[in-house]
Design a protein around this ligand. Structure first.
Ligand SMILES: Cc1cc2nc3c(=O)[nH]c(=O)nc-3n(C[C@H](O)[C@H](O)[C@H](O)COP(=O)(O)OP(=O)(O)OC[C@H]3O[C@@H](n4cnc5c(N)ncnc54)[C@H](O)[C@@H]3O)c2cc1C
Length: 383
């Protein structure tokens, strides 16, 4: 065990990218993953109907970073896919983020045209503004647009997502709700967008296929590593380990949740297969004014598969009560940050320990941001 230069915990993007880069640097890497598969939350697989589903929720790759795109492109080709989302409001399907097309749907042709002109005169075109900008406008009709977006697109969705009452919604979050003064109805405007042609799991298989990488599935960090705070040492099966340890799991769990559990929001996914080619009009439909689920995603839009049946997933946000719930979204506020910082202070006992990833850093990151961070960390850990 001690022939390894680095031990990495977690085979999601954070761990797998770091493993690959260190392996290419000539280091012997052991990658531990507690689940029975690689890929972290980006893991995908074929279901019984042959549809490539994303087990932990829909993942669409998008980035403006050429280094990130180039790095991942070594392990996959891409299927061009630009994500479009609509909010289902009664019989209407309204593009989100709210844009000029949405404006006409919400206010009708005549008023829509007047509002478009007013908005363009005040803010210019092709710009992203926030509902705070609109709310601060002296013109009542402009403020009405802000109220519409808040009530029909944002409020109920956010209440479901975070389990909040309306008065508990953070005003600073509300202020940032975007309105796009454009007819570009793509969900992301990034330069590179797509889905790995053979799926994320195949991308990970290729990335981890290196003679210097050993992957051990169904193995939690604590099965192998012991953290001795008194002596600031990490031991592997009782023997001191001096290499780098890269941890991408939840930080509170590493230290036995001794100060209490870090709060997260979890999700329940309900997959349904239908004997018809398509289920809905877009890859994702958000339910912003009714239903208990927040959104429905239809996977064939991502994979481009031609099959007689189709699989969708409904997302139900829920409280996180520890395993078997999966911690999906860190609930970031000053109180929770202070709790996280207490765990961070304990981690500082171990100089060789590096924390990276959405769990270890108690942060939300898109995939590209994590790949970028992992590439930077690998540079730091080069021999
Ligand atoms: C519902 C949802 C949808 C998303 N959609 C998108 C999207 O469309 N586009 C996008 O860019 N990003 C998306 N993301 C974000 C994306 O999932 C993250 O950026 C990515 O998962 C971060 O990778 P990671 O390696 O930090 O974490 P993870 O993917 O969670 O990987 C961590 C791995 O560590 C393992 N692990 C944890 N603790 C231990 C332990 N003690 N021992 C061994 N193994 C351990 C876990 O089992 C897991 O496999 C989405 C996130 C969610 C929740």
């Amino acid at each position: 065990m001690n022939n390894y230069d680095a031990i990495i915990i977690g085979a999601g993007f954070a761990g797998a990218v770091t493993a690959r880069k260190l392996a290419e640097n000539g280091q012997q890497v052991l990658l531990l993953e507690q689940r029975g598969h690689i890929g972290g939350n980006a893991y995908d697989r074929l279901d019984d109907a042959g549809v490539l589903i994303h087990e932990y929720g829909p993942h669409i790759f998008h980035t403006n970073s050429k280094p990130v795109y180039d790095f991942l492109s070594r392990f996959t080709e891409w299927r061009d896919y630009e994500h479009r989302v609509v909010a289902k409001i009664g019989d209407m399907e309204m593009p989100v983020p709210f844009n000029l097309t949405s404006l006409y749907l919400a206010f009708g042709e005549e008023k829509g045209r007047r509002l478009e002109e007013m908005l363009e005169n005040i803010y210019g075109s092709d710009r992203k503004i926030t509902i705070l900008d609109l709310r601060q406008n002296p013109e009542p009709e402009i403020r009405e647009v802000a109220e519409y977006v808040y009530e029909h697109v944002f409020k109920y969705y956010t209440m479901k997502q975070w389990g909040l009452k309306p008065e508990e919604i953070d005003p600073s979050v509300t202020a940032r709700v975007p309105v796009f003064l454009s007819r570009d109805d793509r969900y992301f405007q990034d330069r590179y967008q797509g889905i790995p042609k053979e799926g994320y799991t195949v991308l990970f298989e290729k990335m981890l296929n290196h003679p210097n990488i050993t992957v051990r599935l169904n193995t939690a960090a604590k099965d192998v590593l012991q953290f001795d705070e008194l002596h600031s040492t990490i031991t592997v099966d009782g023997e001191p380990f001096e290499g780098s340890v890269v941890y991408t799991g939840a930080l509170d769990e590493l230290f036995d949740c001794r100060f209490g559990q870090l709060p997260y929001r979890s999700l329940k996914f309900e997959f349904e297969t239908y004997p018809q080619e398509w289920y809905q009009s877009h890859g994702t439909v958000n339910y912003t004014v009714d239903q208990d689920y927040t959104r429905i995603t239809e996977f064939k839009y991502f994979s481009g598969q031609k099959l007689p049946s189709t699989t969708i997933v409904k997302e139900y946000p829920k409280a996180y009560n520890g395993a078997p719930d999966i911690p999906y979204y860190a609930i970031i506020n000053p109180k929770n940050r202070r709790l996280y910082d207490r765990y961070l202070a304990v981690s500082k006992h171990f100089q060789q320990l590096h924390l990276i990833g959405r769990l270890a850093e108690y942060q939300y990151y898109n995939m590209d941001a994590i790949v970028e961070k992992a590439l930077a960390l690998s540079e730091e850990l080069q021999k």
